[in-house]
Design a protein around this ligand. Structure first.
Ligand code: MN
Length: 241
């Protein structure tokens, strides 16, 4: 028995090879797992469940629906697909998880999160989280716009995001140790798993004399990044795309 965790595929019709790699994963690997977690930024952007067909996401949603019939599937929104709603669950069969969920993986209490909440040096992003991502009134207002208006605003946001990334240092866009240690302390867990930074790695920390571990998934591009969790532990593999 094992579980797969993936994140940061950033699916878009502009990168059909990544979508194909996702379909291959869902066909060949995911059915063998008892659970599948996608922990954010599955999509390059998501402007509402009702716009999915128009943006060409229907085949992805169909494939998700199919795997959810055989494997228990969960979706945690990231900072690019935070606008998924209950209708997404009905369409895909994936249950939606809150950011910062505690999951018991084979007896180990684990903090699962997308990861952007840990990037506390990135003040512009934290402001975006506060005023837009986690602001119900903002989200409801945006979702009430017609689809062409939402597409236009999303384009602007993507341009701003690209500009922001080119302006701030790589260090600022990584997690801060302070935020990581605070999250370990707050949730009282010995391991956490996240994506977002695209810096696949395994980090060890000492908290009150105990070793705790932070696992970071990579994004999908030249290779995929697939975490396999079972009783024996956690490993991340990368296959060429
Ligand atoms: Mn992200």
């Amino acid at each position: 028995m094992h579980t797969y965790i993936i994140s940061d595929l950033h699916l878009t019709p502009e990168r059909p090879n990544i979508t194909k790699a996702f379909f291959d994963f869902l066909r060949d690997q995911a059915p063998l797992a008892e659970q599948l977690y996608i922990i954010g930024d599955l999509f390059e952007f998501w402007i509402g469940d009702d716009a999915a067909e128009q943006l060409g996401a229907a085949p992805v949603l169909d494939a998700m629906k199919a795997i959810s019939q055989v494997t228990d599937c969960f979706f945690m929104p990231g900072n690019r697909d935070f606008l998924v709603r209950q209708s997404f669950t009905e369409r895909t069969g994936f249950k939606i998880l809150d950011d910062e969920s505690i999951i018991d993986f084979y007896g180990v209490k684990t903090l699962l999160l997308h990861g952007d909440s840990l990037c506390t040096d990135d003040l512009a992003h934290q402001q975006f989280r506060q005023t837009m991502m986690t602001n119900r009134a903002f989200c409801d207002g945006f979702l009430s716009l017609d689809v062409p208006s939402r597409i236009e605003q999303a384009k602007q946001a993507r341009l701003q995001s690209a500009q922001h990334k080119s302006e701030v240092s790589m260090g600022i866009m990584d997690v801060t140790e302070h935020a990581v240690l605070e999250a370990f302390a707050k949730h009282g867990v010995s391991q956490m798993i996240h994506g977002h930074t695209h810096r696949q790695n395994t980090h060890h920390y000492k908290v009150e004399g105990e070793t705790v571990i932070r696992y970071v998934l990579g994004d999908w591009g030249e290779t995929n990044s697939v975490m396999r969790v079972d009783k024996a532990g956690i490993e991340i593999t990368n296959q060429a795309i």
